[in-house]
Design a protein around this ligand. Structure first.
Ligand code: NAP
Length: 323
């Protein structure tokens, strides 16, 4: 049994393999043997120290995984040994085994694989709250979604296109734009060589969009606000290019605009929301309404390379690690 730990924030050289013994379970905990582990940009924020570390010195990174229950605590009510489960929680997933409270895991149906679950439980539930809770999308809405070819982006394209919105995406290369179009985006803008504000205005007959989902941050946020219609909303849910620091409250005056900065874990903490949302997500995957055909696979020990590929914008779709 081993995990991948970082002793202090830094580049990928801080990631080290660490053998460990399984401690005893608390009454409401289960032991999960991780089969597949999702890699997310949030892991890079933690590794670099952009997101604050918990107090303990060695941090096991990783926030998304799927596997099988190998042991249960004395008071576990809803799960048993052999159950197939998945979870999304900040840190502690880069490991062959993980102890976790039963309230934080969900069941995986038989027709969803461990790889599919690990590629989607964090990213898919993120899309779920983005489109139903942060801004309730309806058919008539015009939407701009940045980083459309990424892990969250390809799931978002499929989900939002089924709602029926007019969906515009951005991505950093022509290849990524072509890929995102195959996953539900009506129009794609290569924001490495096109001015996305100008393009969005043209595509919307100068009107703008109802909502921008912006996880890129520093490089896009100023123009994301300019892309909005009056009363439009920016949902800022990440900062892959760095934190946007120039916002003034008066910037929202230009169109009586709305801004929200949500995080999945506030929704995930509501058990009823979590169960309903994960059942819906896995149903959509089973019915191939959400396809996960773009999964890049690495071994757990090669997680440093996976981080380098994501942060250097070389990946499309989800990235997983195999134990
Ligand atoms: N708040 C939440 O609840 C929540 C939950 C999950 C994820 N997120 C956020 O959603 C975003 C997507 O997450 P993900 O794990 O699926 O990652 P991802 O989209 O697969 O990778 C990030 C993408 O950001 C784009 N990007 C633009 N500028 C970049 C830069 N300077 N450096 C690196 N990448 C840059 C790249 O796409 P292009 O090359 O096409 O630009 C890159 O592929 C992240 O910002 C993440 O933090 C937030």
């Amino acid at each position: 049994m081993y995990s991948i730990i970082a002793s202090n924030p830094g580049d990928t050289s801080v990631l080290k393999k660490n053998d460990f013994e399984i401690p005893s379970l608390k009454p409401n905990e289960v032991l999960v043997k991780n089969h597949s582990i999702g890699v997310n940009f949030i892991d890079i924020y933690f590794r670099e120290g952009l997101y604050p570390w918990p107090q303990e010195k060695d941090l096991v990174l990783g926030s998304e995984a799927a596997g099988e229950i190998e042991a249960v605590g004395s008071e576990v009510k809803h799960f048993q040994v052999g159950d197939r489960v998945a979870y999304a929680q900040p840190n502690n997933a880069y490991a062959t085994h993980r102890i976790i409270n039963e309230n934080l895991i969900v069941s995986i149906p038989d027709n969803v694989t461990f790889d599919q679950a690990a590629a989607s439980i964090l990213k898919g539930l993120t899309v779920k709250y983005l489109v139903t809770d942060s801004f309730k999308l309806q058919t008539h809405h015009k939407v701009l979604f940045h980083a459309a070819a990424g892990g969250v982006g390809l799931i978002a394209g499929q989900w939002i296109s089924q709602i029926g919105c007019h969906l515009i995406g951005t991505a950093g290369s022509d290849e990524k734009c072509t890929k995102a179009k195959a996953y539900g985006y009506d129009e794609m803008i290569n924001y490495s060589n096109q001015n996305f504000l100008k393009e969005v205005k043209q595509l919307t007959q100068m009107e703008g969009v109802d909502v921008v989902y912006d996880s890129v941050g520093q490089d896009t946020m100023f123009d994301s606000f300019q892309c909005l219609k009056k009363h439009g909303t920016v949902v800022s849910f990440g900062q892959s290019s760095g934190i946007y620091k120039n916002l003034q409250m008066t910037d929202l005056m230009t169109g009586s605009l709305h801004l929200t900065r949500p995080t999945l874990f506030h929704f995930y903490a509501n058990r009823d929301w979590l169960v309903d949302a994960s059942v819906l997500l896995f149903e959509m995957i089973s019915q191939e309404k959400i396809k996960l055909n773009e999964i890049s696979v690495y071994s757990l020990e090669d997680v440093g390379q996976a981080h380098l590929d994501i942060e250097n914008r070389r990946t499309t779709g989800s990235v997983i690690l195999k134990t």
